[in-house]
Ligand binder design. Structure first.
Ligand code: HEC
Length: 506
């Protein structure tokens, strides 16, 4: 009897344990995505396939496309690795010993552009010294075919637990550009003798170039808060993305000696307490966001996805999205923005474009500030975005017809045209012509479409951007909307008509 009770008790305990463990599994059953995850996403005319190419990573901060067609990447725990994006194989190249991970750790990395003759990798990480002060190190390693070896400290600046930045790029003329954070020391951001809140510029051996604006100083431009995005466009313009404080995240076009306002100005000089304070010399941002989105890595895109050609791709942490910032033909202004993948993958830290036009994004859900419902089991991940198909013209036309005159066409007009021609179409006298009185808008369709595709420069020197990056469907919707609203009676434009005009203007 005793034995029987004993046995029953054990069975009960076991059953209880089992149910608890099942219950526990259920409780922690976060949105689980397996590492071969693959799903599609539709743009106006393009189908994208998204695939997880690496998982179980640890806050991947930086990705660079290597000369070996592998992705070289860093994680915040001091590791540099190579990833074969086709097979998923990962090979570790380096585990830094002297990094300090508290909030930050290992951050950015850039490969020597002449890698064959100079197999060098430049990395930036936090380090704590014996007196407990934190520094930010720029170190050059050499790739021996297997590992990163022979570290050489090129430059060292003060660091902090946060607000370090950073991002590294190398210019065409072989200088290293290094975006640094303000270290929460606002007083020194506008002072060129301090390296915080700056874009620094160094020779690849760590010495200071003779043509820097402040002799003997690495400072190239200043007035940044927490920059984590830095990239060149194909025509050589340098863009930086930075975190604002309570308001105004920014993208800026970086030029020599320029100052971008922080800490006196956040975003545009548009607040009462800023206006008395804005020096003429402060350069306005190319774009600013309030509420903030927490922008991180940024790359220029001109690949095979037609909707995204000639754009800056910007990852965001807080907003958990990829931002497509469409540039004008001169790659100086952002003419519109599309937001994709909102909330799908959590925090996004970096983006990398392959020569074939694929895009890779890295998540950062295992950093110090994970969002609700992340990390998922397979975080952190590197996800590939690849064009996998085109939506047939007939379906695109159906899409437009169902959208004609609806809020979608209105929102296209709002994102692409309204900043100049205004919501009522009346423009800005002396700068942007009125569409209400425009014979071009009301006139022959193919002439109008060709004008929109090509853009124009007014005699007053104002530019109308070329809208050839928009899909046939989008252009049809915008022109139909504008003609309906501002050129009363002018018939709508179909996607086929746009396609024909596009062909004949080539
Ligand atoms: C960055 C400012 C800007 C944006 C954005 C812009 N335009 Fe324009 N637009 C101009 C300028 C400047 C001109 C005058 C060009 C000229 O004189 O050659 C112009 C001219 C035009 C005209 C001809 C007006 C006339 O004089 O008959 C039309 C039509 C037009 N735009 C439509 C559009 C549409 C549709 C969009 C959105 C897809 C758009 N524009 C976006 C600046 C802009």
């Amino acid at each position: 009897m005793n034995n029987l009770l004993y046995g029953l008790a054990w069975i009960l305990v076991l059953a209880l344990l089992l149910s608890m463990s099942v219950g526990h599994q259920r409780a922690s059953n976060l949105p689980s995505v397996d590492s071969t995850l693959s799903e599609t996403y539709e743009l106006d005319s393009t189908v994208l396939t998204l695939s997880t190419v690496a998982s179980n990573l640890n806050a991947t901060w930086d990705m660079a496309w290597g000369p070996d067609n592998w992705i070289w990447f860093t994680d915040q725990d001091g590791k540099v690795s190579r990833l074969n994006p086709e097979t998923g194989q990962i090979i570790e190249l380096l585990q830094i010993q002297d990094y300090y991970r508290k909030r930050l750790g290992l951050m950015s990395m850039v490969l020597h552009p002449d890698f064959e003759s100079h197999p060098q990798v430049f990395i930036n990480y936090s380090h704590i010294q014996s007196d407990s002060s934190i520094v930010s190190r720029l170190v050059r390693y050499t790739y021996d075919g297997k590992r990163l070896v022979n570290p050489l400290l090129l430059y060292q600046i003060p660091g902090y637990l946060g607000h370090n930045g950073s991002r590294l790029v190398i210019s065409q003329n072989r200088k290293i550009l290094w975006a640094t954070g303000d270290l929460k020391q606002k007083e020194t951001v506008q002072n060129p003798t301090y390296p915080n809140g700056k874009v620094l510029r160094l020779n690849l051996d760590g010495t200071i170039p003779k043509d820097n604006p402040y002799p003997g100083s690495p400072v190239w431009s200043m007035g940044f808060r927490v920059p984590q995005g830095l990239t060149y466009t194909v025509n050589g313009n340098l863009f930086i993305a930075e975190h604002g404080d309570a308001t105004d995240d920014e993208v800026n076009l970086v030029t020599k000696r320029a100052s971008y306002g922080w800490p006196y100005i956040a975003g545009f000089c548009d607040q009462p307490d800023e206006q008395g304070n804005c020096p003429d010399s402060a350069v306005a941002p190319v774009k600013a966001w309030t509420p903030t989105i927490a922008p991180a890595g940024m790359d220029y895109y001109n690949g095979t996805i037609p909707e995204w050609k000639n754009a800056l791709l910007l990852t965001t942490l807080k907003d958990q999205s990829l931002r497509v910032l469409h540039l004008d033909a001169r790659q100086e202004k952002i003419i519109s923005e599309s937001v994709v993948f909102s909330g799908k993958y959590g925090r996004l830290r970096d983006v990398c474009v392959s020569p074939a036009g694929d895009i890779y994004i890295s998540t950062s859900n295992r950093d110090w500030n994970p969002p609700a419902s992340f990390p998922i089991k397979t975080d952190d991940r590197i996800i590939r975005i690849r064009k996998s198909g085109t939506i047939p013209q007939s379906m695109q036309t159906a899409k437009v017809q169902s959208q004609a005159g609806t809020s979608n066409a209105a929102s296209l007009y709002q994102s692409y045209c309204e900043s100049c021609h205004k919501g009522d179409g009346r423009g800005v006298a002396g700068s942007f012509p009125s569409l209400v009185t425009s014979t071009r808008l009301a006139g022959e369709k193919s002439t109008l479409i060709k004008f929109l595709l090509k853009g124009s420069q007014s005699s007053a020197g104002e530019a109308m951007p070329a809208f050839s990056f928009l899909s046939d469907v989008q252009l049809a919707a915008i022109s139909s909307y504008a003609r309906d609203k501002f050129a009363k009676g002018a018939p709508g434009v179909s996607a086929d008509e746009v396609a024909r005009a596009r062909k004949s203007s080539k």
